[in-house]
Design a protein around this ligand. Structure first.
Ligand code: NAP
Ligand code: G4F
Length: 345
């Protein structure tokens, strides 16, 4: 019988790539969707027709218990979150509820449905529903060392980072308290043509396409000196799956090990269409964050050695992929009108 996976955050970037990957491996994949007419559900169901859906919300414990009970999954991937870091200064309580307590609620739903409700009785238990938590390199924040490994200490710089650190530790705690197979992937920034338009790489690739077609002149950015370890989302979802296939549950850092600045992203993206970034980028101090994560770089030695994982798309290839996708889509919309917008991701 095929394995069943339940994915929260199915309408997001990673949810869609993970679902495609698991379906290609023969899984029956269920996505948790919220709201009564979520337009992003239609978008992902058009993209992945084999996907099944179950209702639920990370803010609602009962809905998560019902979803886990209905699907009876072998693996649960908790990718659902408010993932845009600046929002966590604007609505810290909401972000704490979804990104922090939401992890606890998902773990509790698994514990209840699996009958893992008596710590002593379940000590050393194995073979129940396996759980993946989407931890983040934002937890490293003001980094204690470079590159960062699984043992680098955390110093989060945003409410988002603080709350992700809670999710990380509560997952570890359920592993230690109940013998649950629960792991956290500490993933560094990963992007794709499906990335939200609010994140810096996609903001740049979308603007480059518009500027190339003469539909926009300037692009406002914040801190150009920030350094990130950017990889391709399609590569990173393979690591998520591999983490749940190991004999022993443990946490892994996942990244490319290569660092670039926001300025590098802009330079490479504009070069893709034969333009000079300096002619178009303007600095908006309002986009600078209250507390910045200046630099992030992964040491994924453990993932490479123990999971056999390696990224396939490099930095330049990633930026090219995003610019080409946005340029193609912008050309279609420009030529045929807005009737086509929304047809692709
Ligand atoms: P994303 O594109 O922003 O997707 C976020 C998903 O969370 C959406 O499907 C959204 O669904 C869902 N969600 C939001 N609030 C919810 C709620 N109350 N209940 C249930 N679902 C809810 O994020 P992503 O880039 O795919 O990232 C996936 C996960 O990895 C997130 O947890 C993120 O924090 C983490 N992460 C991402 C990166 C990265 O570079 N991409 C790096 C490290 C960690 P709706 O359509 O209903 O809004
Ligand atoms: O693309 P970003 O918004 O991503 P950020 O904040 O690093 O967070 C992403 O990666 C995390 C993993 O490390 C995830 F956990 C999180 O969910 C999310 O996926 O910003 C990247 C950098 C920042 O230093 C920011 O200050 O780009 C800088 N930046 C400069 N100008 C900008 C802009 N960021 C955005 N979004 N927009 C700008 O105009």
């Amino acid at each position: 019988m095929s394995k069943r996976a339940l994915i929260t955050g199915i309408t997001g970037q990673d949810g869609s790539y993970l679902a495609e990957h698991l379906i290609s491996l023969g899984y029956q994949v269920w996505g948790l969707t919220r709201g009564q007419a979520n337009p992003r559900k239609d978008r992902v169901s058009r993209l992945i027709p084999d996907l099944r859906f179950v209702d639920g919300d990370l803010m609602d414990q009962g809905s998560l218990v019902s979803a886990v009970d209905a699907v009876q999954p072998d693996e649960v991937y908790n990718l659902g979150a408010i993932s845009f870091v600046p929002m966590s200064w604007q609505q810290p309580e909401l972000v704490t509820e979804v990104n922090g307590t939401g992890v606890l609620r998902t773990l509790e739903a698994i514990r209840m449905v699996s009958g893992l409700n008596k710590p002593a009785a379940r000590a050393g238990a194995t073979g129940q529903i396996r759980f993946y938590q989407a931890s983040s390199s934002e937890m490293f924040g003001k980094v204690a060392q470079t590159p960062q490994t699984e043992t680098t200490s955390f110093h989060p710089r945003s409410p988002y980072g603080v709350v992700k650190t809670y999710g990380h530790y509560i997952t570890r705690n359920y592993r230690e308290s109940y013998g649950m197979y629960g792991v956290s992937g500490i993933l560094f920034n990963h992007e794709s043509p499906r990335r939200g338009a609010e994140f810096v790489t996609r903001k740049i690739s979308l603007a480059v396409a518009q500027i190339k077609l003469g539909l926009q002149e300037k692009l406002s950015l914040g801190n150009l000196d920030a350094e990130r370890d950017w990889g391709f989302a399609g590569d990173y979802v393979r690591a998520m799956h591999l983490m749940l296939q190991q004999d022993e549950p443990r946490d892994y850092v996942v990244g490319t090990g290569r660092m670039h600045t926001v300025r590098d992203v802009a330079r490479v993206a504009f070069e893709c269409v034969g333009l000079n970034w300096e002619d178009h980028v303007v600095i908006d101090p309002g986009l600078v964050r209250p507390a910045e994560v200046e630099t992030l770089c992964a040491d994924s030695g453990s993932a490479r050695k123990e999971l056999g994982w390696a990224p396939e798309v490099d930095f330049t290839g990633l930026i090219q992929m995003m610019v080409e996708s946005d340029l193609g889509q912008a050309q279609l919309v420009h030529e045929y009108g807005s009737v086509l917008s929304g047809v692709r991701w």
